[in-house]
Design a protein around this ligand. Structure first.
Ligand code: H79
Length: 457
């Protein structure tokens, strides 16, 4: 799209849509819901715990990673840049059924979904006015974000939008006459840069005014994020939908941290810049358990195999037990778990993902009380078990099942009862100065994690 045409559309949209919908949304939302901390939007975030991340676009046709093959030069990418760009002309997911995705999400125990509306390649999975590189210009022709958001709305299933600030396809982001390899970080020094930020504003406005309630905006700013003037977009989002959460990948602290493909070893505190893919940055985190006011909410995103996009050649699947144990690690430190799938090019979800999700769902259906709406437990950094907590209950997730007796460190409260969560059977226990000794003889442990509910008086 040419700059002039784009500017005309921009003006048209700004004067009409935004002010109307912003006004109506503001009237429905009390202002105190906008402050951070123990507010409504973080309450929802903390309750849901387990979400489904979906990376989907034309790239799913080629079994290549989303966007990266056009960004960084690597000899082993199985696709050239023109071939990648051409995938937009053949994308036709005729078997896409959002209700099937949601049935699976529910069976897996997911309580929210985050969907890629635009990845770094710039391809829009929604019918944006401001680009032609979009789903409604594909052979499929239908607005996938609309279909998904309608289906979610019908079930009251929270839907959030992944939206990439890096955009290889916008002339304001980078000089498009040159290869992407040198400019994929963007070129904020060019005069055109401000037109890119305007483009972001327009598209975020579309996403926040046309698709119902947006649970979160999941930015993925990569490196050098100050160039996006993140606060401008935080303000925009809060103006349009005050209850929407925003992650920390637009150069601002945001509502929650975003470790990617790794699990921090300790509970994060506010002020820590918890993001990216490098666990080494967080090796010296404090082991102390923070007071709730100092706690920083966080969410791990993780793939089931090694790629975000659908890839028929990637067989490095984590087992269901491994995924469950990872989720226990995360929940025990107060985090959420956003587990990714890459749907196939026809819109269906491959059996290897389905099986693992269903196994996780089975575990969640037995142990959900120890997961949803919990926070980090009072006993941390112990061998063999993890804890989560809610009210006067502490849930002990046992990873290494002991012979006969389980020793759990105390936390200064008198214990009233101990039971096996799966069948509610009371377990004999003795409380002493060191903690609690629980008799688990005769209990058949779960292969991933067995949960014991400990209630205090
Ligand atoms: O959308 C998913 C990824 O595409 C994106 N975030 C998740 C949610 C992402 N952000 N950062 N990274 C991925 C890690 C980047 C790793 C890189 Fe590379 C190492 C980029 C360049 C070298 C991996 C290997 C990608 C290209 C080569």
């Amino acid at each position: 799209m040419k700059m002039d045409e784009w500017n005309i559309r921009r003006r048209r949209f700004l004067t009409a849509a935004i002010s109307a919908s912003a006004a109506s949304l503001l009237m429905r939302t009390p202002l105190n819901a906008m402050s951070r901390g123990n507010n409504m939007r973080m309450r929802n975030f903390r309750q849901r715990k387990f979400g489904m991340f979906v990376h989907w676009g034309p790239y799913s046709q080629a079994s290549v990673e989303a966007s990266w093959p056009i960004m960084v030069k690597r000899d082993d990418w199985p696709i050239t840049v023109p071939e990648y760009q051409d995938l937009a002309t053949t994308f036709n997911p005729v078997n896409f059924d959002p209700d099937e995705w949601l049935d699976l999400a529910r069976a897996a125990g997911h309580k929210y979904m985050v969907f890629t509306t635009k990845h770094h390649d710039g391809y829009c999975m929604f019918d944006t006015l401001y680009s032609d590189y979009k789903i409604t210009k594909s052979p499929y022709g239908k607005d996938i974000v609309k279909m998904l958001s309608d289906a979610c709305a019908k079930r009251d299933f929270p839907l959030g939008f992944y939206y990439s600030p890096p955009d290889m396809n916008h002339p304001g982001f980078r000089d498009m006459s040159k290869p992407t390899y040198d400019s994929w970080h963007g070129q904020p020094e060019r005069a055109e840069w401000s037109s890119y930020l305007d483009y972001m504003e327009l598209q975020l406005s579309e996403l926040l005014t046309r698709y119902g309630t947006v649970d979160t905006i999941w930015f993925d700013g990569l490196w050098g994020m100050e160039k996006y003037n993140g606060q401008r977009f935080i303000d925009l989002i809060h103006r349009l939908q005050p209850a929407t959460t925003v992650n920390n990948r637009i150069g601002t602290e945001g509502d929650y941290g975003t470790p990617e493909q790794f699990i921090p070893q300790h509970i994060p505190r506010r002020g820590i810049d918890l993001t990216g893919t490098d666990p080494k940055r967080y090796e010296s985190m404090s082991q102390e358990i923070p007071a709730i006011e100092d706690f920083m909410d966080w969410e791990v995103c993780m793939t089931i195999n090694d790629t975000w996009a659908y890839n028929v050649n990637d067989h490095k699947y984590k087992s269901a037990d491994e995924l469950i144990r990872s989720s226990v690690e995360i929940f025990s430190r107060g985090g959420n778990f956003l587990l990714n799938i890459g749907p196939r090019p026809d819109g269906t979800i491959q059996p290897e993902f389905r099986e693992r999700m269903l196994a996780m769902g089975k575990w969640m259906s037995i142990n959900g009380e120890a997961v949803y709406d919990t926070l980090y437990g009072p006993v941390q950094n112990q061998e063999g078990y993890r804890t989560t907590a809610r009210e006067n209950h502490v849930f002990v997730h046992v990873l290494d099942w002991p012979k006969g007796k389980l020793n759990v460190r105390g936390w200064g409260k008198k214990i009233a009862s101990v039971q096996l969560l799966s069948d509610k059977r009371p377990l004999p226990f003795v409380q002493n100065d060191d903690g609690i000794v629980i008799d688990v003889a005769g209990v058949k442990p779960d292969s991933a994690a067995t949960v014991i509910k400990v209630s205090t008086v």
